[in-house]
Design a protein around this ligand. Structure first.
Ligand SMILES: [Cu+2]
Length: 334
């Protein structure tokens, strides 16, 4: 993992650091995870509170999923930016809690898969290798040709390339589309695909929250639910954020078997950018309903310090693991 995963002190990003990360990104493999890219450069500085260094950096760590964006390997071909991503499907066993170990199917060894990110108009190239033992695929939401729609099975041990233009801008997703899709998704084969607008959104502390369920006993119902892969992870390890700093949440509902889930934030209201496809919010609320695969950008900041829950307001879903906390703290020296 890059050293920047667990900073020991406040992470403050200046232009020099952005440039350095951008250069690192240009040479990184598709598995490289970056928090920002060159197109995030801004005069304003966004700081993120330090992550508790006692939190492990193991592969399936929701804190790692939270603020990591994979911009791929940047190439220049025929006057265009190409963002090349290398994704491998594998099988892993993860501990969902102290009692349940579960065999998951993964993209690049993690659930959810890496958050892939591009700017609208970029050419995206996905080099997909299947080492998962079953046939799998990568189906992206977005506008593209049928040949890159990712519905054909890629057999174990085989490789394919999906290539398309990143459009339209918004919060999208990718997932395996092999039958039964319910099983392939609920076993872990899903991730977020963010397409940024031509002009970057205003600086913010950006993070990804993906809701999903686990059907542990194959009864086509979920016994456990999670944000970013592990049930109740952020409940015990709150996401630290700064008071009065803009938070931009990219939220996605990937819960199979249930018809819909809501997302509710305590003691606050958020501005809604439906499917991330607007530059201005359409409305403000504190609970939003999402069917499976629905996703939005939600923006807010906290006025008061303290600990605040977030969870679906289907409380049975929250009680079975889809529950977390923000811990709003005061920024030092401000
Ligand atoms: Cu699959």
């Amino acid at each position: 993992m890059p050293n920047n995963f667990v900073p020991n002190k406040d992470q403050t990003w200046n232009r020099r650091q952005f440039l350095r990360l951008g250069l690192v990104g240009a040479g990184a493999s598709g598995g490289g995870l970056l928090w920002f890219s060159l197109n995030r450069i801004s005069k304003s500085q966004i700081t993120t509170p330090p992550i508790d260094t006692s939190i492990s950096s193991e592969e399936n760590n929701p804190m790692k999923v939270l603020r990591n964006f994979d911009y791929g390997t940047i190439k220049r071909e025929n006057g265009r930016n190409i963002r090349e991503f290398r994704i491998t499907a594998t099988n892993e066993t993860i501990d969902l809690n102290s009692a349940v170990s579960f065999n998951v199917w993964t993209y690049n060894g993690q659930v959810p898969g890496p958050t892939l990110r591009a700017t609208v108009g970029d050419r995206v190239r996905i080099i997909f290798r299947n080492q998962g033992g079953h046939s799998h695929s990568m189906h992206f939401h977005g506008t593209h040709r049928a040949s890159s729609d990712g519905i054909l099975p890629i057999r174990n041990g085989k490789e394919t390339i999906y290539e398309f233009d990143a459009e339209p801008y918004g919060v999208h997703l990718y997932h395996c589309h092999i039958e039964p899709v319910t099983r392939h998704i609920s076993k872990g084969l899903y991730g977020m695909f963010i397409v940024d607008p031509p002009s970057p959104r205003p600086p913010a502390d950006e993070m990804v929250l993906i809701m999903a369920g686990y059907d542990i006993n194959n009864d086509r119902k979920n016994e456990l639910y999670a944000f970013n892969g592990i049930p109740e992870y952020y409940l015990d390890r709150p996401i630290r954020i700064y008071r009065n700093q803009l938070i931009r949440l990219y939220v996605l509902n990937m819960i199979e078997f249930d018809e819909a889930a809501t997302f509710h934030l305590h003691a606050n209201f958020f501005k809604v950018y439906p499917t991330g496809m607007t530059l201005k919010p359409t409305h403000e609320t504190d609970v939003i309903t999402m069917g499976t695969a629905e996703r939005h950008i939600l923006e807010f900041s906290y006025k008061y310090t303290g600990k605040y829950m977030f969870h679906p307001h289907q409380d049975i879903t929250a009680e079975h693991g889809c529950m977390g906390n923000f811990e709003v703290i005061e920024r030092k020296n401000s």
